[in-house]
Design a protein around this ligand. Structure first.
Ligand SMILES: [Zn+2]
Length: 185
């Protein structure tokens, strides 16, 4: 696709190519989020992009991997660093469906990712402005540019649908014991 580079060159209609590119990669991050859902994990997904190509992916899996750090961003950053053989991801962009938490914001800064693009805001643990903004302080961050709200509705909907399904399942499980008996009769 055209216009896969960051930064304006003065030739582009402001936002259009960037929006299109970001939507493409955010959709791939949503696919990753869906992988988490299938495994019963809160559906958050991430991809790392370099020179217009996805080089690594990750999805949220703290329960299954018994690892509190197994957020989508961390998993994607680790995979990218392994592939590149370098803990610095200077020329990479990280796409994630949900606003990163403080842990992930720290990891993103350590990795020196050039661009962070996220979908839905997270009013409970978001560290890109919702609760705190760890990217706003130049003493902490002078590498990563942040863009939020990309396909925010789609990203939020996946989380909303997941929790709605979980509530529904819980409700069914805690229903009256005689329901099954009635069905069996
Ligand atoms: Zn996180």
């Amino acid at each position: 696709m055209a216009g896969c580079g960051f930064g304006s060159n003065g030739m582009q209609v402001p936002g259009s190519d960037e929006d299109e590119r970001d939507a493409v990669f955010m959709r791939l991050a949503l696919d990753q989020a869906h992988n988490a859902w299938v495994l019963g994990e809160v559906p958050v997904g991430a991809v790392v992009v370099r020179e217009g190509r996805v080089i690594a992916t990750g999805f949220n899996q703290p329960v299954g991997s018994a690892d509190p750090t197994a957020h989508a961003e961390i998993r994607a950053l680790r995979a990218a660093a392994e592939i590149l053989g370098n803990y610095r991801l200077n020329h990479c962009s990280l796409y994630v469906t949900l606003e990163p938490c403080a842990m992930c914001a720290g990891a993103i800064q350590q990795s020196r990712v050039a661009h962070l693009i996220y979908g839905a805001p997270d009013p409970k643990t978001g560290a890109c402005g919702s609760v705190v903004d760890l990217f706003a302080d130049l003493r902490l961050n002078h590498h990563t540019k942040v863009r939020g709200g990309v396909m925010a509705q789609e990203c939020a909907r996946m989380l909303g649908d997941f929790f709605a399904e979980r509530r529904q399942r819980k409700k069914e499980q805690s229903g009256p014991d005689d329901v099954q008996e009635i069905i069996l009769e």
